[in-house]
Design a protein. Structure first.
Lengths: 215, 592
């Protein structure tokens, strides 16, 4: 799998490159700025682009702007946006239009290589990834009296993974339950929260996210 | 128009302070005037009637009566008081004259001509409300002291009047009897009196000739007085040359003198100032400035088209209160110009209808008043500028603080945070190489976990210093706040696009604090945040459905934020009726 990495911090970029290399990814290009990133993607479209949200010159949201540009010019390229801090408001913006093939993660997640590699593969395959911190914050802040309280502890755990973008087999693997019971938990959650089970996994993320947001 | 010297401004100022007198005050003066007049007329009531004597006896009464009326009706002008003083001093001759006691006679001779001082002052100062102006006016009045006081005293020291021709009586001051010397002194006195009288007449005539048409009309009372003075001067000259008294000139002098007070009263009451306009002007000018000043002056002068044009030396041009250039009218047209001066410098002009020139006294008083008001306006503008400075410096302090916090957050993010991420990546690489050494791998894993916790703490620290989420806009930041709120929160962002950075920051902090209060005190089921932008004003409103009744102690954090909001020239409001929820709103100017 071919990856382009954009991060203006050389040490971090080289670290990610080295780790991904060990995990079997092929890093086809590195970029220190949004412009370099766009050039690299234009020149040789990768499977996935890993983009730091803050890059020169303003160090604000150059990465997001670049991600939008890539999405518009190369819809087939999956994108994972990395950030030193994650915000729910930014998450909804990242995933708003079409969550398929998109990810929004804390930069620290890179160090958990197995998890990160799994996430990258999932996103590259059209899945969605949302940082657990965003989801847990939403879950913590949720309505004390609402339907969330009717969820069992197991269901809450499954909901968290659901919101992060895990597929049913992924949930089964992460929680150590069978694929079948994972499916049952997911159906139960959707029923309790009154959400339509749309089926496609990326839509599920958005549905859960919107639900949590309004809870 | 004459230029307005500082004393002129002081004169107008003193007009504003003109105090009204009690009824007793006026009754006393009137009683004294009537008594004086009766005493003056007594010889003609009891004895034979002497025509010229009766006329002279009426002069004092005329000055007193018209003077008291003028004094009462025009307290702002001293002309009335000067007329009254002239009248009472004029009584000295008819009242003391018939008394034969040596002391009365001596006093009579000493004071007989003192009326000349207030009389000359009255003639010279009609247009300046009875206040002597520095220069010619003062010197002229003072110089009358030579014949009236110095030479009169010298004459009394030497003249034996027991067998006098004009005056007959026992002179108590006779110390060095010397008939020749006394005669010379008498001639000198009459000569100098005639000369000074003539000079005064010339000064008044010259002023009259220099004046424009309306101003000439206003100066007519002075001209009438000057005629009387000219008659006296001619009488004295005739005395000196022919040695006999001209009855014709005496009649002319006496009759014109009786008529002068009436002319002055008419002149004083003719001005619109007499109809209370000045009182309104004084009251309204206290706080008037800019366009207000123009309005007040226009009303006082009865000229709705009146404009105040400020002189801008740096542009060499005139401009109105809004800074728009003003073209001065050509002379001779329907519009005329009256300069407003302060400390001898022209600071503005009043562009007014030319017909106002009919009332120079009013126009002069109003321009002087305008000078004072402009001085006030100047001070007002200065303090306004200082206030603006203060506000700007408060805004600078707040934004400097914000910029510093932002810089700190950036430094943490670009420096420490990135470095820690890089180190944890390297630790991860190291871990992969230590697969064969479980104990070493364990050490690295522990270090990695420590590092992850440090990163998390650092992230929270950086967020506390400056909410980096604002980089993605206020809407995203408020979404984040709503997501973390323990009370269910909704966000309605109705402003188009981004707001100025400082405004977003202030709105964000207000929302943070308001949400914190909601979760701590409000016992609310829901809270809504709304951002709007209309007409250059951004409004953020955080409303909950809780118990309300938030008192001051709850809002201490919000009060701190009020400073931040006010530094941006905005306003923070908390509405919290008991049982009616709490609404915190901040209005922040944000350009158009």
């Amino acid at each position: 799998m071919r990856v382009v990495i954009a991060d203006d911090n050389l040490l971090v970029r080289k670290g990610i490159v080295a780790l991904l290399g060990e995990a079997g990814f092929e890093v086809s290009a590195e970029a220190g700025t949004a412009a370099e990133l766009l050039d690299a993607v234009d020149a040789d479209a990768p499977d996935i682009a890993i983009v730091d949200i803050r890059m020169p010159p303003t160090q604000t949201e150059e990465g997001l702007v670049a991600a939008h540009a890539i999405r518009a010019r190369h819809p087939g390229v999956a994108i994972v946006v990395l950030s030193s801090h994650v915000e729910h408001g930014v998450a909804t913006r990242v995933l708003a239009e079409d969550p398929a093939g998109l990810g929004y993660l804390l930069k620290d997640r890179v160090t958990d290589l197995d998890d990160f590699a799994g996430t990258l593969r999932r996103v590259a395959a059209g899945g969605t990834a949302l940082d657990p911190l965003v989801v847990s914050r939403l879950l913590d802040a949720g309505d004390d009296d609402g339907p969330l309280q009717t969820l069992t502890p197991r269901e809450r755990e499954v909901l968290q993974l659901l919101a992060e973008g895990c597929s049913n087999p992924g949930i089964a693997e992460r929680t150590g339950i069978t694929r079948r019971s994972a499916e049952k938990h997911v159906s139960s959650i959707f029923a309790k929260l009154g959400l339509p089970d749309t089926g496609t996994e990326d839509r599920r993320v958005l549905a859960v996210l919107r639900y949590l947001q309004s809870a | 128009m004459t230029s307005l010297a500082p004393s002129e401004v002081a004169r107008i100022r003193s007009r504003f302070a003109a105090r009204s007198h009690s009824r007793t005050f006026w009754i006393a003066w009137w009683a004294a005037a009537i008594a004086g007049e009766l005493l003056a007329l007594r010889p003609f009531i009891t004895g034979p009637v002497d025509g010229i004597g009766v006329v002279f006896a009426l002069v004092g009464g005329s000055f007193c009566a018209f003077g008291l009326i003028a004094w009462h009706r025009r307290p702002d002008s001293r002309s009335g008081a000067l007329m009254t003083a002239t009248g009472f001093l004029f009584f000295a001759a008819p009242v003391l004259g018939p008394l034969e006691a040596p002391l009365a006679f001596t006093v009579y001779v000493l004071v007989v001509d003192l009326w000349i001082f207030p009389f000359v002052a009255l003639l010279l100062t009609f247009l300046t409300a009875g206040r002597l102006q520095p220069g010619v006016d003062r010197w002229l009045v003072a110089s009358f002291a030579l014949p009236v006081i110095v030479l009169q005293a010298a004459w009394l020291l030497t003249a034996d009047l027991v067998d006098g021709t004009d005056l007959t009586g026992k002179n108590l001051l006779l110390v060095f009897p010397d008939a020749d010397f006394a005669h010379q002194i008498d001639r000198l006195q009459r000569g100098s009196l005639a000369l000074l009288g003539a000079v005064t007449v010339v000064v008044i005539l010259a002023r009259w000739l220099r004046a424009s048409g309306p101003r000439r009309r206003a100066l007519l009372p002075s001209l009438a007085g000057a005629f009387a003075l000219a008659c006296f001067a001619a009488l004295l000259v005739n005395d000196l040359i022919s040695g006999t008294r001209s009855q014709f000139l005496l009649w002319c002098a006496a009759c014109s003198l009786v008529a002068v007070p009436a002319a002055f009263l008419a002149g004083l009451l003719r001005s619109r100032l007499a109809r209370g306009g000045l009182a309104d002007l004084v009251r309204d000018l206290g706080s008037a400035h800019g366009a207000d000043l123009e309005r007040v002056l226009a009303r006082t002068l009865g000229d709705p088209e009146l404009r105040v044009a400020y002189w801008l030396p740096e542009y060499d041009a005139y401009a109105d209160a809004d800074g728009q250039p003003v073209e001065l009218p050509e002379p001779g047209g329907d519009l005329a110009v009256a300069p407003v001066e302060r400390d001898g410098r022209q600071i503005a002009v009043l562009v007014h209808d030319a017909s106002l020139d009919d009332d120079p006294e009013l126009l002069e008083a109003v321009t002087a008043a305008a000078a004072i008001a402009l001085e006030n306006a100047h001070l007002h503008a200065e303090s306004a500028a200082r206030l603006a400075d203060l506000r700007a410096s408060r805004e600078r302090i707040v934004s400097a603080g914000d910029a510093e916090r932002r810089r700190l957050e950036r430094d943490l993010h670009d420096g420490a945070q990135q470095r820690l991420v890089a180190i944890s990546l390297q630790l991860r690489l190291l871990q992969n190489r230590l697969r064969d050494d479980p104990s070493a791998e364990q050490l690295v894993t522990t270090a990695s976990e420590e590092l992850a916790r440090s990163l998390a703490e650092l992230r929270e620290l950086a967020r506390g210093i400056h909410p980096a989420v604002l980089e993605h806009g206020l809407a995203a930041a408020l979404d984040g706040l709503a997501a973390r709120s323990t009370v269910p929160a909704t966000v309605s962002y109705e402003a188009d696009g981004r707001l100025p950075e400082q405004v977003e920051l202030a709105a964000y902090f207000v929302a943070c604090e308001a949400l914190a209060n909601v979760s701590k005190y409000a016992q609310a089921n829901s809270v809504s945040m709304r951002v709007q932008r209309t007409n250059g004003l951004a409004t953020i409103e955080i409303a909950d459905d809780g118990v309300g009744g938030a008192d001051d102690s709850l809002g201490s954090g919000l009060r701190g934020l009020a400073d931040r909001v006010e530094a941006l020239d905005g306003r923070l409001r908390v509405v919290s009726p008991p049982g009616g929820g709490t609404t915190v709103s901040a209005e922040l100017p944000c350009g158009s």
